[in-house]
Design a binder for this molecule. Sequence first.
Ligand SMILES: [Zn+2]
Length: 211
Amino acid sequence: MLHINGRHLIKPSSTEVAAHVVNGIYLCDTYQIKITWYEGAHYPQVIECSSKILKVAKRFGIKPIDVHLYPNGTFCLASWQDLIKRFENSFSLEIFFYEYLIPFLFSQTYFSIHKKWPWGELNHGCWGLLEWLSRQKKFDQKDIRRTAFWAAQNAGPELTRKLFLTRCRDHKPCPCGSRRKTRECHPDITTAISLIRGAISRGAFSIDNLI
Ligand SMILES: [Zn+2]
């Protein structure tokens, strides 16, 4: 895959690779994967059979979740909201492969070489869910509701109350409890939190619905 200006080119021609050799990233690698589609799911789950990714995590002394593997070994391909939104109405194996799976594996190969990710990633747990909403240029009420519910599930009742009942501000301590200012700790959560607080104050759902 060739990664250039935020775009992914799968199986680029040699001319394309040559044209972007300076400002693009071209990587060629192989992974053995198993794809399982559980009944009722909107998209399949993928695991790696050769443990190549786990070995990288071990080599760098980091946890599987830090290389985007869930505890059961399945790939964390993108945020839940993103995947559900993309595939809830119709599924395309081509989109799944070209927009999620191959870029995911590309980023794994890149990480194994550079020990950093080729593009911005979301944090784990409720923070990543909130970041996803904050970064959307286009979103609807369903996205706000879904983010609120999933973030609450991840955060648990106590943190959910703290997140959505108090106003989150960039220059105030981050709700994660790090004692750093929000803008220096989890800078991308404030927009999502104010959207969710807005929905709660409009009566779209209540904090009791969330916890
Ligand atoms: Zn924080």
